[in-house]
Design a protein around this ligand. Structure first.
Ligand SMILES: Cc1ncc(COP(=O)(O)O)c(C=O)c1O
Length: 459
């Protein structure tokens, strides 16, 4: 967040914490003296209690619960700086194992020298992947004695904001292809029409942020093969599997959208989404060591050993890596599959329940990942933005937003079904949804619950 300047000299007074300190503290200036630990804890605890309840946050893909054993490992490793490899070689070893595990999960050919790194999240992973592709493209153009001042990158308007950020921060022309209203992703033919010899990569998303839809990676790959054989233009695909990377390999293992495809050279996934680890952990994988230019690897030796790094930031805690490794060995493929199937069942149940409400029409229905979107069917006297704020008064956090270009006349509401969202909670949510709609329509009577479970609706 870009924090704003706060004027004045506002003071903070605690509630229970007042028992232990008498002087209020300045809100935006360093306090001259401290306070006792209990009071400091209590003051911050009270303040943060006003945040939304993570379990009722249906907006986020990010993990809000881990097993107590994972919590324990998380705390045990919070004070280890991951980058201090020489001092903490074991946590580095776990990172290396996870890179190997995920590369094989995404079907990197065994004969390849695949590689990768942990990151703070998918955003860092995507920036690093695209930077590597930009570098490779530049080297290729230099070798051919061609101009390398105008790189471009081709992706759909359905991609996450990090794709635009990369283009801006790393000075690459973004060629953003509008959505096809039927598929809710960019049309593959349109994507490839925009590729030329200055294209550093084509982006494909597995689970768009807007609707959870998948790009047709196989089709994009086929079209790039054709382009290569007809025009000798050879462009890699980066697959953004931020959400689906811990779902698809378990429930749709035969869907070819990974390293099995010839042009897919790099993949990212968020460990803190369906990888089931607290934020911030992401993974970046390259199909070949040669896809990661040696020039971009920095060898640092001031912490002991000579260590190759490919990251945007330096220090981070070892906690997330320990927790990721815990989840992988604790659950195995069968455990992740079971959780994914359960989330998909609950998502489809939610979709069925939403269909029962006259006002709404389902737009995307958990085809590949547990995400449901719906829009208004009729001209109501309220908008989905009104509904979103009304639902907030029941504790539910559900975003409403308009789709990108070409479909920007459509406003959607999105629900992400995470492991913590049981079918029981689906019923509770539907009761709140019915009640909120009723109130917004000006019909203030408490509505009758339509859920199979009675007696727990909020009105
Ligand atoms: C498709 C997609 N890509 C990238 C990101 C950014 O991921 P992160 O929050 O891990 O940086 C997201 C986040 O929701 C996403 O949905």
């Amino acid at each position: 967040m870009v924090a704003k300047k706060i004027k004045g000299n506002k003071k903070i007074y605690g509630t229970y914490s007042n028992r232990d300190f008498n002087e209020p503290i300045p809100e935006n200036r360093f306090p001259e003296t401290g306070m006792n630990a209990r009071a400091a804890y209590e003051l911050i605890h009270e303040e943060l209690n006003l945040d939304g309840i993570p379990e009722l946050n249906l907006a986020t893909f990010v993990t809000t619960w881990m097993e107590p054993e994972a919590d324990k490992l998380y705390m045990e490793n919070a004070h280890k700086n991951f980058i201090d490899n020489f001092e903490y070689p074991q946590i580095k070893k776990e990172e290396e194992r996870i890179v190997n595990i995920l590369s094989r999960l995404y079907n990197a050919p065994e004969e390849n020298d695949f590689t990768g790194t942990s990151t703070i999240g998918s955003s860092e992973a995507i920036m690093l992947a695209l930077l590597a592709h930009k570098w490779n493209w530049k080297i290729k153009m230099q070798k051919m004695n061609k101009d390398y001042s105008k790189p471009n990158i081709v992706f759909g308007a359905d991609t996450h904001v990090v794709w635009d950020k990369f283009a801006k921060y790393f000075d690459v022309e973004p060629r953003v292809i509008p959505l096809d209203k039927n598929t809710m992703v960019a049309n593959p033919e349109e994507l490839i029409k925009n590729v030329d010899e200055n294209t550093i990569a084509v982006g494909a998303v597995l689970g768009t942020t807007f609707t959870g839809a998948f790009d047709d990676v196989k089709k994009i790959n086929d079209l790039l093969e054709k382009l290569k054989s007809e025009k000798n233009i050879d462009v890699p695909i980066h697959v953004d599997a931020a959400s689906a990377g811990f779902i698809t390999p378990f429930i749709e293992p035969d869907l070819k959208c990974d390293f099995r495809l010839s042009h897919v050279q790099s993949i990212n996934v968020s460990g803190h989404k369906f990888g089931l680890v607290y934020p911030g952990i992401g993974w970046l994988l390259f199909k070949n060591r040669s896809d990661l230019p040696e020039d971009l690897i920095f060898y640092v030796n001031y912490l002991g050993d000579e260590m190759p790094t490919y990251t945007l930031n330096f220090s981070k805690s070892g906690s997330n890596i320990a927790a990721q490794y815990y989840n992988i060995i604790r659950m195995g493929k069968s455990g992740y599959k079971k959780i994914a199937e359960n989330m998909m069942d609950n998502a489809r149940y939610l979709s069925e329940r939403i269909k029962e409400i006259d006002n709404f029409e389902i737009v995307s229905n958990a085809r590949h990942i547990p995400v449901i979107t719906f829009k208004q069917k009729n001209k109501d006297n309220f908008t989905l933005f009104d509904l979103s704020s009304k639902l907030r008064s029941y504790g539910w956090i559900v975003p409403a937003y308009s789709l990108p270009k070409n479909a920007d006349d459509t406003v959607l509401m999105r629900v992400v079904i995470r492991e913590s969202f049981s079918n029981d909670m689906v019923d509770l949510f539907i009761d709140s949804l019915n009640s909120a709609v009723d109130k917004l329509k000006g019909n203030n009577k408490a509505i009758k619950s339509v859920s199979p479970r009675k007696g727990h609706f909020v009105s």
